[in-house]
Design a protein around this ligand. Structure first.
Ligand SMILES: [Zn+2]
Length: 464
């Protein structure tokens, strides 16, 4: 394998930054930002040849480090059996002496958090799956195991869980997705731990604590009894397996579609949805790139599995797709900047084909209902504030276009359904967690704790 380097590419103006797209390199779009009046930067993972090409074209390239062969993803992988044993032990230790208040109104003691306990490594693909089965079995009165209909290209079965007490009240559903991009490895662990934490807190009638941010036992009760939480922590298990395999590629992003007849494997699952899929905005038709959109919209089994959940559970009203990295809370639109004035200027209107996808111009801006924009703004800030309360890390909440437009993404597709006469109103977010794809596990645990508070806060939006 050719050696690659983690780099920061510096452009001297916005146009130069945008021109980077034509090099079709593995540049991490959400990391693009303005660093001064006339400097923009974006992180990436590229070869020495790529670096030379960029420098010849007038870019500054700072090499951060060489991509290591043995990464934490491999060194710290752990089986579910060991993980579960450790969870149990550390949980017993932490709960020693804990007291649930017996008298109503008595002040509740702060419960321990599973997140502050010592886990030693990222779960394997198999480990995530075992964890879901364990949770469904252990908390069978509140958790249902859902087997998704499509097996992956490598014949893996995908599972999700639904947390919620069965009673006759109609409930709003929230769906959390993780592990769409294979190399972003901390998010599946985060969602599994959050699921465990919610079930444990509900069963033992305690609250949940994420360092300096706490939720009460009543918050947990409300969430479990008045909402339905759908958790699909590992959308792309083939990709994760390849990332953690000794002979795999630790920086693999896509799924493992063999792409017959094409030079490279894999489809970028977050460019495969049917939102402006034909437009080519922020995607590629070249299988060699990391943003290859697939041979048609919704072509991939992993995409179909997500849509199965959406179609089968019509109560799902909010989807949070958890990615890494950049410490961002993103909401529609991704294809262009937003406007609330002209409903005809929208993604369905063919008169505007070809004029979308330029940030900063006034020719086209994507229409969004003013009320929805307000909701996204206030909910995004609420999630941001909950994350910040944990240990002071401040995420930014903003429309997903940022400096680079995209199309075919999950949250834009789900949100666009309300403009398509589909009678579905789904609000979608993408959260970009942390500062790295694969931080050492201790750092990862901090990120998991922070973002979990953000996700619990998103639930509370629907019960307050
Ligand atoms: Zn991602």
């Amino acid at each position: 394998m050719v050696t690659k380097y983690f780099v920061e590419v510096i452009a001297s103006n916005k146009q130069q930054l945008i021109n980077l797209q034509k090099f079709e390199l593995d540049l991490f779009q959400p990391t693009a930002k303005s660093i001064s009046d006339n400097e923009f930067k974006i992180d990436g993972l590229i070869t020495l040849d790529d670096i030379n090409k960029l420098v010849e074209n007038g870019y500054k390239v700072l090499v951060k480090k060489e991509s290591m062969k043995n990464t934490p993803a491999i060194e710290e992988t752990i089986s579910f059996a060991d993980w579960s044993e450790m969870t149990k032990k550390s949980h017993e230790e932490a709960t020693k002496g804990r007291r649930v208040p017996e008298v109503e109104g008595e002040k509740e003691e702060t419960p321990p958090s599973l997140f502050t306990l010592s886990f030693t490594g990222y779960l394997t693909s198999q480990g995530i799956d075992s964890a879901l089965q364990y949770i469904a079995k252990t908390y069978s009165s509140l958790v249902e195991l859902i087997v998704l209909p499509k097996k992956t290209h490598e014949k893996r079965t995908c599972r999700a869980i639904k947390i919620g007490i069965n009673n006759s009240t109609p409930k709003i559903g929230l769906l959390f997705l993780g592990g769409v991009h294979a190399r972003e490895i901390l998010n599946p662990d985060l969602l599994v731990k959050l699921a465990l934490n919610v079930c444990e807190a509900y069963t033992s009638k305690t609250g949940m604590k994420f360092e300096n941010k706490s939720y009460t036992a009543d918050d947990v009760k409300q969430i479990v009894e008045n909402l339905e939480l759908f958790i699909f922590p590992l959308v792309n298990p083939d990709g994760r397996f390849f990332v953690q395999a000794p002979n795999g590629d630790v920086w693999w992003r896509k799924n493992k579609n063999p792409n017959p007849g094409l030079p490279q494997k894999g489809v970028d699952l977050n460019r495969n949805y049917d939102f402006l899929w034909d437009s080519g905005i922020g995607t590629s038709s070249n299988s060699v790139t990391e943003i290859y959109k697939g041979k048609e919209a919704t072509s991939e089994p992993e995409t179909k599995n997500v849509l199965h959940l959406i179609n089968k559970y019509q109560n799902i009203s909010c989807v949070l797709d958890i990615h890494s990295y950049s410490e961002l809370i993103l909401y529609p639109w991704g294809d262009d900047e937003t406007q609330t004035e002209d409903p005809d200027m929208n993604f369905n209107n063919p008169n505007y084909d070809g004029s979308r996808g330029q940030s900063g111009d006034s020719i086209y801006k994507e229409y969004i209902h003013g009320k929805d924009l307000e909701w996204y703004d206030s909910t995004g800030k609420r999630i941001r504030n909950a994350i910040a309360a944990v240990r002071g890390t401040v995420y930014e909440s903003q429309p997903s276009i940022g400096l680079y437009p995209t199309s075919g993404t999950c949250h834009d597709y789900l949100y666009c359904l309300r403009y398509n006469g589909a009678n579905r109103n789904i609000m979608g977010f993408t959260i970009e967690t942390g500062k790295k794809f694969q931080p050492p596990y201790e750092e990862a645990t901090n990120t998991m704790s922070e973002v979990s508070a953000g996700l619990v806060e998103a639930c509370k939006v629907y019960i307050d």
